[in-house]
Write a protein that binds this ligand. Structure first.
Ligand SMILES: Nc1ncnc2c1ncn2[C@@H]1O[C@H](COP(=O)(O)OP(=O)(O)OP(=O)(O)O)[C@@H](O)[C@H]1O
Ligand SMILES: [Mg+2]
Length: 247
């Protein structure tokens, strides 16, 4: 079972878009997939077409030991989702000892999946640490622009810290170049620089800038449902093949 946190402390770099569409591609490839929405913004939950305000119990209740993870699973055409709720942000302020291990403990007995993907919030707070304590791998979406590139270095430092103090077994499997536009020199430069500095980490497939990827969430659809012939669908399927082969 591969447990992967999709993480970057920078906001708006394509974490949620990648989580949803990699999960959907894996589902099409007949892998058993569980997606955990660990962001209080609940964007993954929305993207899959569910309104968090209509959901009685979320991953928040699982972390608080008020529900089992099996009780909150949404089955979406065989793809399983643990939805988020805005309540999640309260965990940050709760005086709970060893708060980084709530997710690992709640999902201790999870089995039967080929992949578990976790959409993380855009910070290195307690929810991201929970994801990292439980995961074996991290995949980092990188928007090929100057600022996100610097943010990524903070993330790599955080991963070192996590390896030392929380989870010795975790490593960065790969970096996804997102919202790529080959006609923009900044995009090309950042990708070239990433290849130079972290040669074995960058996935070959770039996720190109694609309007359909932007539109799909408001219809509650994955890119394969919304626009199966779009560049977004082609890119996320190619990327998913790479991820499957990576380990
Ligand atoms: N390849 C792409 N082409 C065009 N737009 C994209 C692409 N990928 C993502 N987007 C859009 O960019 C915005 C940010 O993407 P997304 O929500 O996936 O990022 P995020 O890292 O999850 O953000 P946050 O940090 O807020 O959780 C969204 O509006 C999304 O639709
Ligand atoms: Mg997000």
């Amino acid at each position: 079972m591969r447990i992967i946190a999709i993480s970057n402390n920078k906001g708006g770099v394509g974490k949620t878009t990648s989580t949803v569409n990699i999960a959907a591609a894996l589902n099409i490839l007949e892998k058993k997939v569980l997606v955990i929405d660990l962001d209080h913004q609940a964007q993954t939950t929305y993207h899959f077409g569910f309104n968090p305000t209509d959901i009685k119990k979320s991953i928040y209740n699982v972390l608080m030991d008020e529900a089992g993870y099996e009780d909150i699973i949404i089955d979406r055409n065989g793809l399983h989702i643990l939805p988020a709720h805005t309540d999640l942000k309260n965990i940050e302020f709760m005086p709970i000892p060893a708060k980084e291990f709530l997710l690992s403990e709640a999902l201790e007995k999870v089995s039967g999946y080929d992949f578990i993907l976790i959409d993380c919030p855009p910070s290195l707070g307690v929810l991201t640490l929970n994801a990292m304590a439980f995961s074996k791998e991290i995949i980092v979406p990188l928007q090929a622009q100057f600022l996100p590139f610097h943010g990524m270095y903070n993330l790599f430092e955080a991963v070192q810290m996590v390896r030392k103090r929380l989870n010795k077994g975790i490593d960065v499997t790969g970096i996804i170049g997102t919202m790529y536009n080959a006609s923009k020199s900044i995009n090309r430069e950042v990708i070239e620089e990433t290849k130079k500095r972290l040669p074995e980490k960058l996935f070959e497939t770039m996720i190109r800038e694609n309007v359909a990827l932007q539109e799909a969430p408001s219809w509650g659809k994955t890119i394969f449902e919304y626009s199966p012939n779009s560049n977004g669908a082609v890119d996320y399927m190619n990327l998913t093949h790479e991820i499957v082969l990576k380990k």
